[in-house]
Design a protein around this ligand. Structure first.
Ligand code: NAP
Ligand code: MG
Length: 420
């Protein structure tokens, strides 16, 4: 039955009224295949239902080049101002891209620039679909990886010791006092590395993790190797405990949630045996490795969502994957693509829901929930992009192209909205 059959015209126009947004959402457009998906999502699934109030920033590589990358800074400042942003995947230029786009220079990673301005922590969680079983049989709920995005080996100093000699670690205080420790007496060639982190960044990381866990109502786990690294890793452990005791213990108790610290190897073993459903905070390197492990075990990078949360509570939503260049080149050649839009769609729903929560706009939060449900229903009913068809356990599957998948979602969205 058509959704509006049996209603008077004035009733229909009332039902057709689009959802309003009081405060703008910061929209950061991007590159290649995800830029195409971006527009399709807006045209097919957002603009017909919402009076989309966004402040638009074009972070496409050409526009970043034209503005000497100022647009990225402006977009991050806008996120600071309004509190919620949604970002499309963007190209991080390398030498090949400089040639391909004739760039003035090899601009920095937009995500790096935004992260430096917002000082955030990145949370990555999979989108679960019943018919796609995780490789780990016990996992029933999503596992969110919270990765510290500052320091450690990502800001290291390292070189080779070419022959015998003494490696020392020296700290010179502003007062001129020196502390000096021998790292190793080399008898032959080898390698040396120095790295650091800062208390302020660890405190921000801890707060972001506690806030996020409260927000999604999940336990927080944190793990390092503090038995071996008795000062470096132990500092992480101590800071988390201190922040928890001083600022979050009561809130966690009230919410019936737990904060739990253990050694990283123990955490790995427990995570594999668990049902999932926790936020797992990791140091920078551990988070890099574990997020790929978790994403792959849950199925596909195309189903991983990502959100940057700043210590002041600014949220920037995006997909965990990149611009899907290989598919884009095929698209440019006029070939059909079957690129999965789920993670990009969930970036939009995540941002719209958060905007709705902050503004007390339940129409908007409800719409975000329904759109997510409609997209999951589409896959459950056997309609999916090629990447998922290899993972889904359904016996009847219909593989659709990039645009048709979103049209299929719209059919289900319409019937769910009119069924309310
Ligand atoms: P990618 O875009 O994530 O794609 C890697 C491969 O994974 C694709 O070729 C595809 O495999 C599969 N894949 C990823 N997302 C998919 C989706 N939504 N649907 C179906 N398959 C998907 O990574 P990349 O090729 O290494 O990087 C491409 C560009 O993205 C680079 O310029 C990089 O700088 C940028 N990047 C941006 C971000 C970001 O903005 N957050 C993150 C990572 C990378 P098949 O080809 O086998 O189908
Ligand atoms: Mg990685």
């Amino acid at each position: 039955m058509p959704p509006f059959e049996g209603y008077r015209k004035d009733e229909i126009s009332f039902m057709n009224e689009k959802i309003k947004m009081q405060v703008p959402l910061v929209e950061m457009d991007g590159d290649e295949m995800t830029r195409i998906i971006w527009q399709l999502i807006k045209d097919e699934l957002l603009l017909p239902y919402i009076e989309l109030n966004t402040e638009y920033y074009d972070l496409g590589l050409r526009h970043r080049d034209e503005t000497d990358d100022q647009i990225t800074v402006e977009a991050a400042m806008a996120a600071k101002k309004y509190g919620v942003a949604v970002k499309c995947a963007t190209i991080t230029p390398n030498a090949q891209r400089v040639g391909e786009y004739g760039l003035k220079q090899m601009w920095k990673s937009p995500n790096g620039t935004i992260r430096a301005i917002l000082d955030g922590t990145v949370f990555r969680a999979p989108i679960l679909v019943d018919s796609i079983k995780p490789s780990v049989r016990t996992w029933k709920k999503p596992i969110t990886i919270a990765r510290h995005a500052y320091g450690d080996i990502y800001r290291n100093v390292e070189y080779r010791a070419e022959g015998p000699g003494t490696a020392e670690l020296v700290f010179r205080g502003q007062d001129g006092k020196e502390r000096r420790e021998t790292v190793f007496e080399f008898k032959g060639p080898g390698v040396i590395m120095g790295m650091h982190n800062i208390d302020a960044s660890i405190v921000s990381f801890a707060r972001a993790c506690f806030n996020y866990a409260l927000d999604v109502k999940q336990d927080l786990w944190f793990a390092t190797k503090d038995t071996i690294s008795k000062i470096y890793d132990h500092t992480f452990k101590d800071i988390f405990q201190e922040v928890y005791d001083n600022e979050y213990r009561e809130k966690f108790t009230e919410a019936g949630l737990e904060y739990f610290y253990t050694l990283i190897d123990d955490a790995v073993a427990r995570i594999i045996r668990s049902e999932g459903g926790m936020v797992w905070a990791c140091k920078n390197y551990d988070g890099d490795v574990m997020s790929d492990m978790v994403a792959t075990a849950f199925g596909s990078l195309a189903m991983m969502t990502s959100v940057l949360v700043s210590p002041e509570g600014i949220y920037e939503y995006e997909a965990a994957h990149g611009t899907v260049t290989r598919h884009y080149y095929r698209h440019l050649k006029g070939e059909e693509t079957s690129t999965n839009s789920m993670a990009t769609l969930f970036a939009w729903t995540g941002a719209l829901r958060k905007r709705g929560e902050l503004d007390g706009n339940t129409a908007l939060t409800d719409f975000a929930d329904t759109l997510e449900a409609a997209s999951i229903k589409t896959i459950e009913e056997g309609v999916m992009t090629k990447d998922l068809s290899q993972l889904s356990e359904l016996s009847e599957k219909k593989i659709v192209n990039t645009a048709d998948f979103l049209k299929e979602v719209r059919v289900r969205l319409d019937s769910m909205l009119s069924g309310k």
